[in-house]
Design a protein. Sequence first.
Length: 153
Amino acid sequence: MIINSVTIENFRCYSGISNINFNNKGKITLIYGDSGFGKSSFLQFFRWMFYGDPDFGKDNDKPLFNIADYSKKKPGDKIKVAGKIDFDHLGVKYSLIKEVYYDYAINPNNARVFKTEYSLQHLINDSWQRFNGDIPNKINNHVLLFKILHAPP
């Protein structure tokens, strides 16, 4: 699996829409920065996108959405958390898209999900087509193959 680009929207410390393109021409991407600048949230984003689990801690007490953006909302508003990962695997281009919509609540910990959309598209004959099979199984097979192909000797 080769990750080409990532789009993050309102996920944890990422406010608004952030786009990241990777140089995948034999180069290594290194993520670095000071404490508190989003490295762990970036990793959690991948965990959320591929496995549905956004947290590493046992308490799992952090909301998925950006608190600063959420604090600007009012009753009746919705907040969207979304992501997109474009990647190649075994010569096929894929786009994994996930969107979660929350209802506003005065206490952010009481915000509830009212809608979730999850899709996987693949490029076939220059046309993006929705993958209609078991998405988690398809993704897990890609990630497992990635781990096997890139395992240390």
